[in-house]
Design a binder for this molecule. Structure first.
Ligand SMILES: Nc1ncnc2c1ncn2[C@@H]1O[C@H](COP(=O)(O)OP(=O)(O)OP(=O)(O)O)[C@@H](O)[C@H]1O
Length: 335
């Protein structure tokens, strides 16, 4: 289904957030006193390519930088370092019609539809507002256009005069999906889009994403903390740990031959009928603070295989099998 045309290409992308100093901190800094570095390294030197038609799953624990990366990919947050190219053009430099096109063609669907849907607007206006502004529909065609988007998202158009709070979480997520589809995107970033839903509703929404992929030739970056959720959905899986990509491979490859100890630990937490796959130990301890990440391999304090080099050197992502890259010093040891 995927061709090799990259829609989005990230090279060495980082995002840092500087914590604002409180009043006392500002006074101390003015007096020349040393002030603690409070910079959050949310994303740290990430390379990522998503090609047309692909579904890429982006997985990692809470706080590892997935949402921040997703926001940069969607063009709603600038990178601190590195380049983000959209169809070969640098995203940060796109202005005018090109900039608007890039923004419309990449849409983001969030975890909590309630906070991303304007509570004062009726469903019809939530879905139809942006396409009207951008000339994708007209006042005359508005109703038919909105109905088509709602139907695609599995939402009954006869309910479009109601407000978002009158619907369940699953129905609200369908409104969010219809709103995204209404601007005719090619690429959708789903940020924990099913995490807040009951399991049966999750399955319905995941099936809807896959049907839309077929019908509209959509490309997805599917962000989740749950490797199990992305398994059947993704062509390729990218694993993040504390701001860095630690492993990436085709979905079946990750599940059959996970290389990185962190991925192996995540896999052990995915419920399996096949007990052999549960032979890994789970992830021990808490994810360290991105304010002060561990030296070398960020995972070393929690890794059962860590050795001296892991504390000192950042491991590079290296090819361990065709299309399979992993950032672990153990691979150099066994080679
Ligand atoms: N606007 C911001 N200002 C300061 N720090 C931020 C901001 N946004 C994110 N962070 C911090 O960056 C780190 C990565 O956050 P991010 O939300 O990207 O992670 P995540 O993997 O998506 O986790 P979650 O699923 O819990 O949202 C966290 O430590 C978070 O507190």
């Amino acid at each position: 289904m995927s061709s090799s045309t990259p829609i989005i290409e990230l090279k060495g992308v980082s995002k840092r957030f500087s914590k604002k100093l409180d009043f006392a901190g500002k006074m101390l800094a003015k007096l020349g006193a040393p002030v603690k570095d409070e910079t959050v390294h949310a994303v740290d030197g990430v390379d990522l390519t998503v090609t047309k038609g692909e579904v890429v799953g982006l997985v990692g624990e809470s706080g590892c930088g997935k949402s921040t990366l997703g926001r940069m990919v969607a063009g709603i947050m600038p990178a601190s370092d590195g380049t983000i190219r959209w169809h070969g053009k640098e995203l940060a430099e796109l202005t005018g019609a090109d900039g608007r096109r890039a923004k419309l063609q990449t849409q983001m669907i969030f975890q909590d539809p309630m906070s991303s849907l304007n509570p004062r607007l009726r469903v019809a206006d939530i879905v139809g507002e942006a396409p009207l502004v951008h000339g994708l529909t007209t006042r005359r065609e508005f109703d038919g256009y909105v109905d088509e988007q709602l139907r695609r998202a599995g939402f009954d158009p006869s309910l479009k005069r109601r407000y978002p709070h009158q619907f369940s979480g699953g129905q609200r997520q369908r409104i969010g999906i219809a709103r995204a589809l209404a601007v005719q995107p090619e690429f959708i970033v789903c940020d924990e889009s099913v995490a807040a839903l009951d399991v049966s509703i999750q399955a319905q929404i995941l099936n809807l994403f896959m049907k839309l992929r077929q019908d509209l030739n959509l490309t997805y970056l599917f962000i989740s903390h749950d490797l199990g959720v992305v398994e059947h959905l993704s062509d390729r899986v990218v694993i993040m740990y504390l701001g860095r990509v630690v492993e990436e491979a085709a979905s079946e490859e990750i599940f059959a031959r996970a290389n990185h100890p962190y991925t192996q630990a995540l896999l052990s937490e995915v419920p399996r009928i096949d007990a052999r796959k549960k032979s890994f130990a789970g992830v021990k301890g808490e994810i360290p603070s991105p304010l002060n990440p561990p030296s070398g391999c960020h995972f070393h304090p929690r890794c059962p295989h860590a050795f001296d080099r892991c504390k000192l050197e950042r491991p590079a992502l290296k090819t361990v099998a065709p299309g399979h890259r992993s950032a672990c010093h153990l691979n150099d040891r066994v080679a």
